[in-house]
Design a binder for this molecule. Sequence first.
Ligand code: 5GP
Length: 193
Amino acid sequence: MKKPGFLIIIAGPSGAGKGTVRKEVMKNKKLNLVFSISLTTRAKRKGEKDGVDYYFVSEKKFKDAIKKGDLLEYNNYVGNYYGTSKSQVEKVLKTGKNIVLEIDVNGTKNVLKAFKKKDVISFFIIAPSIKELEKRIRGRSTESPSAIKNRLKMAKEEMKVRDSYDYVVVNDSPTRAAKAITKVIKNAIALRG
Ligand code: 5GP
């Protein structure tokens, strides 16, 4: 039987650039990474694709998934639901591939309850400063002013728990941040054999 893969968590405040860094890391095919496509009730942003970035679902469908026990974890983040598909994660890990979860800090806590520490690698991505973070969220111009305010408030809360992650990575450049993450994953794979 194949050794199960690692569960890799990429968390960090909105605007820190998790998505960009994660996509950069995933370009390295040798790492055997599969992205866990979450379910969300949030509206699709320009450029996002259903079934690629997220599964965009109605609140009813999301609540049905909760009821059926289909979600490994879920959370309501600034007014929208986000959740990780249990079957997707299990399927990937069984094949020996590593699954990447891009989730928030609440999601991380719940995932950690369900997995052994040795099977998880967690990263917390931060922007070089709060000012820079604010600039990035505003610059994205995808959220309403009140959503931006809530995301910034949330970011400050999320920053408080960064030290509970295995690695804190400053995203001053996505390439540099991705390199640091890649190195950690490569080492973990090599050590596991
Ligand atoms: P966004 O709306 O910016 O795509 O995501 C908002 C927040 O929800 C981000 O911190 C993102 O990482 C997080 N998120 C995305 N998918 C999930 C998920 O399945 N579970 C949890 N707990 N958080 C998620």
